[in-house]
Write a protein that binds this ligand. Structure first.
Ligand SMILES: Nc1nc2c(c(=O)[nH]1)N[C@@H](CN(C=O)c1ccc(C(=O)N[C@@H](CCC(=O)O)C(=O)O)cc1)CN2
Length: 297
């Protein structure tokens, strides 16, 4: 068996185009463009790349981009004060604080300060609770992107056995809640899970989000399983001094067993920014009281 490759990059591009068209419709109806504010604290190189990419994608979708950069030495109070300022800014529909924050800042304290109606990352306690309760709210971008890829490939997920490997607040926990909401039977695995290979072998859907390169082996997979690899790990490349990105799944091994798999790069990663734009579009409609059909995006 050779697995089908799930092209997250192409799916994300298509989603971004649909968001851009709906953003133009919104601007015509509301008399203003949707606005996304991104806050970057410090100089983490990967975060700088992601924030730049988010700004470019926001503008390309016909939205206003507000980028706020604070030095690594900024205090928690300063970051919270900026968030409060953005909460009160009528031109800002969505607020995203890029993670990770420097160690001296309590992420939870900063995230909690974000107005839940502008929380396009879906990280505030209110939106986390809404997802857990099956209520409308903002859902974290990466897991929602994974669910979109799964539904596009499989259709109805009801009754399927799914395993989520990793229990982070950003990916693992919301992913499990989304799969449960889609009526899958969900196992959440983590560092203390016993006999992980056996649990993976029982799953029709495998979502790997542990941050350990190549940890999930191909022969652990149920033949034909759909594999979503959320890991983005930079490892040494074949040539001296080079690096390359790999996922949490041993891609070559998985190709021989899975039915379909997302590659790294080009799988889940591009969905994160596309869904961020989608969430910002939804936030703008809700804040302006402009209707957006439930299945429009
Ligand atoms: N506030 C948030 N912080 C972080 C989030 C988030 O959703 N909200 N997610 C990650 C980083 N991230 C966006 O912020 C992100 C990660 C990866 C990609 C992506 O497109 N990856 C590419 C490869 C890129 C490369 O070459 O390095 C891929 O997988 O194809 C986009 C966004 C942590 N912080």
């Amino acid at each position: 068996m050779t697995a089908e490759i799930i092209d997250g990059k192409a799916f994300a591009l298509d989603l971004r185009e649909r968001v851009a068209a709906l953003s133009a419709d919104f601007a015509a109806k509301a008399g203003r463009q949707p606005g996304l504010a991104v806050v970057l604290v410090g100089d983490d190189p990967a975060s700088q790349v992601y924030v730049r990419a988010k700004g470019k994608a926001t503008l390309a979708a016909g939205m206003l981009s507000f980028e706020h950069r604070l030095p690594a030495s900024a205090s928690e109070d300063e970051v919270r004060a900026l968030v409060e300022q953005l909460n009160a800014d009528a031109a800002v529909d969505g607020i995203l604080v890029q993670l990770p924050l420097p160690d001296h800042i309590d992420e939870h304290a900063v995230i909690t300060a974000i107005d839940a109606g502008k929380d396009v990352d879906g990280f505030t306690p209110e939106n986390v609770g809404r997802l857990a309760s099956g209520l409308d709210g903002f859902v974290p971008c990466t897991p929602l992107g994974c669910l979109m890829l799964l539904k596009d490939r499989i259709g109805d997920l009801a009754g399927l056995d799914a395993i989520v490997i990793g229990r982070s607040n950003i990916v693992g926990k919301p992913m499990a809640a989304l799969l449960l909401g889609a009526s899958c039977t969900v196992t959440i695995a983590h560092s203390k899970t016993r006999d992980l290979p056996a649990k993976v072998r029982a799953a029709d859907i495998v979502v790997a989000a542990v941050g350990r390169p190549g940890m999930i082996k191909g022969d652990w997979l149920k033949p034909g399983a759909t594999v979503i690899d959320v890991g983005i790990n930079r490892i040494a490349g074949d040539e001296p001094g080079t690096t390359r990105l790999v996922g949490d799944v041993d891609f070559a091994g998985a190709m021989a067993h899975a039915g379909a798999i997302t590659p790294v790069p080009g799988g889940v990663g591009p969905m994160t920014i596309a869904v961020l734009l989608r969430n910002t579009l939804v936030a703008a409609h809700r804040r302006a009281g402009v209707a957006l059909a439930r299945d429009a995006i």
